[in-house]
Design a binder for this molecule. Structure first.
Ligand code: MEV
Length: 431
């Protein structure tokens, strides 16, 4: 495997699944065992599942597809994506291909600092308790640092302690402490929750109050990831659409999301289509990413777009995305789920930072694909073929019948289950 072999696997889409897997095996230097996991012959077992969640009664599988064409910070990258929705992976690959015309994505992330919250109640004078806590700041940080000596050795640990009074809540005033804690390559929920629990008795002694909740905040806004892309407008031309028209349409589509929460929710959902698919493939917590993203989108008090798209007046379209991303490559399902391990290997990431840079880039690519389609030919055309196949399968089509029924649905321009059943019935009657 050469470090910078191209991710521009032209024609990958048209290969058979075994040929795709073979190409991926060569690209990422997968072992026979890893190939067998991806092929579904091995992978997550019931026994392993029992170590992940409670009351295991079975397994649930989803397809893992590969988004091609990505360049992130100059590095050629294939992106494993796990998702049930058609067109997402094709969209990401197409947008990454457009981005190549401008050199790909540039991404960066903050230090991996998570926030843990302690809710202090039953205080006589909350403001005085706040001052007392801050007077003991160094002592409390040192205490938090005792929790995980391994993390400390790796350069992580407590970074900061903030305190603020919530004067008016439905349960009266309360003091809230924020422990900022560097979790290095972990997602960090366990580390931060443990640290918060460790601080609680000492905080009670200092304040004379009672520590109630002790839990991380999913609004991980000290751990943001950013991605940016600059695309020459000429590279955006297709069909009857000029590059300038496409760029102007993308900017106008973004403006709608920037101004209107109803549109912003869908716009951001499109971004999360890409983000969640990689988060899931790598065994990370996609609900945490979702919670952080949407809370961040509403940080001004007005829910808005997570991304921005502007023409620079010099023939280029510039896109950017910023959101909190708490992702790990150690601990949790990233280590336990065999496919998650393979996904990390395909991505060639050595740190949680690199993973977040790729994930933010995929989010921006996914957004580009969606608003490019919406502002030109509409979204349904791209959806049609896989959607028709799903409708055919739902109607009972098997094997080669699936393509035949789907093609017929598209030809007739009516992709509905009742039509699929009729076509299938006719097809079987002909044999
Ligand atoms: C569909 O899953 C996602 C889109 O609705 C996103 C968008 O509207 O920007 C296409």
């Amino acid at each position: 495997m050469s470090e910078n072999q191209s991710s521009r696997l032209s024609g990958f889409y048209n290969l058979s699944q075994p040929a795709r897997l073979a190409a991926l095996k060569a690209w990422a230097a997968l072992t026979d065992e890893e190939e067998a996991v991806l092929a579904g012959a091995r992978g997550l077992t019931l026994e392993r599942g029992e170590h992940m969640v409670e009351n295991v009664a079975g397994l649930y599988t989803l397809p893992l597809g590969i988004a091609t064409n990505f360049i992130v910070n100059g590095r050629e990258t294939l992106v494993p994506m796990v998702i049930e929705e058609p067109s997402v992976i094709a969209g990401a690959s197409l947008a990454a291909k457009l981005a190549r015309a401008g050199g790909g994505f540039v991404a960066d992330v903050d230090e991996p600092v998570m926030i843990g919250q302690l809710q202090v109640v039953d205080l006589v004078v909350p403001e005085a308790a706040r001052v007392d806590v801050l007077r003991h700041r160094e002592e409390l940080l040192a205490l938090a640092n005792e929790v995980d000596p391994v993390l400390r050795r790796l350069g992580g640990g407590a970074r900061d302690l903030e305190a603020r009074v919530l004067e008016s809540t439905p349960a009266g005033p309360m003091l809230v402490l924020h422990l900022a804690y560097d979790v290095r390559d972990a997602m960090g929920a366990n580390a931060i929750n443990t640290a918060c629990e460790r601080l609680a008795p000492r905080v009670e002694a200092i304040t004379g109050g009672r520590v109630f909740l002790r839990i991380l905040s999913n609004l991980a806004d000290r751990r943001r990831a950013r991605a940016r892309v600059t695309i020459p407008e000429t590279a955006l031309a297709f069909g009857e659409f000029s590059g300038a028209d496409v760029a102007a349409g993308i900017e106008r589509a973004w403006a709608f999301a920037a101004a209107d929460p109803y549109r912003a929710a869908t716009h951001n959902k499109g971004i999360m289509n890409g983000i969640d698919a990689v988060v899931l493939a790598t065994g990370n917590d996609w609900r945490a990413s979702e919670a952080g993203a949407h809370a961040y989108a509403a940080r001004s008090g007005h829910y808005t777009s997570l991304s921005a798209w502007r023409r620079d007046g010099q023939g280029q379209l510039v896109g950017s995305l910023e959101l909190p991303l708490a992702l790990g490559i150690v601990g949790g399902a990233t280590r336990v789920h065999p496919t998650a391990q393979i996904a990390l290997k395909i991505l060639r990431v050595q740190t949680a930072r690199e993973l977040a840079e790729i994930v933010a880039s995929v989010g921006l690519a996914q957004n580009l694909a969606a608003i490019r389609a919406l502002s030109t030919e509409g979204i349904q055309r791209g959806h049609m073929s896989l959607h028709a196949r799903q409708v055919a399968i739902a109607a009972g089509a098997l094997g080669q019948e699936i393509t035949a029924v789907a093609d017929s649905l598209i030809r007739q321009g009516e992709i509905r289950s009742d039509r699929a059943e009729v076509i299938l019935h006719e097809l079987r009657g002909q044999r």
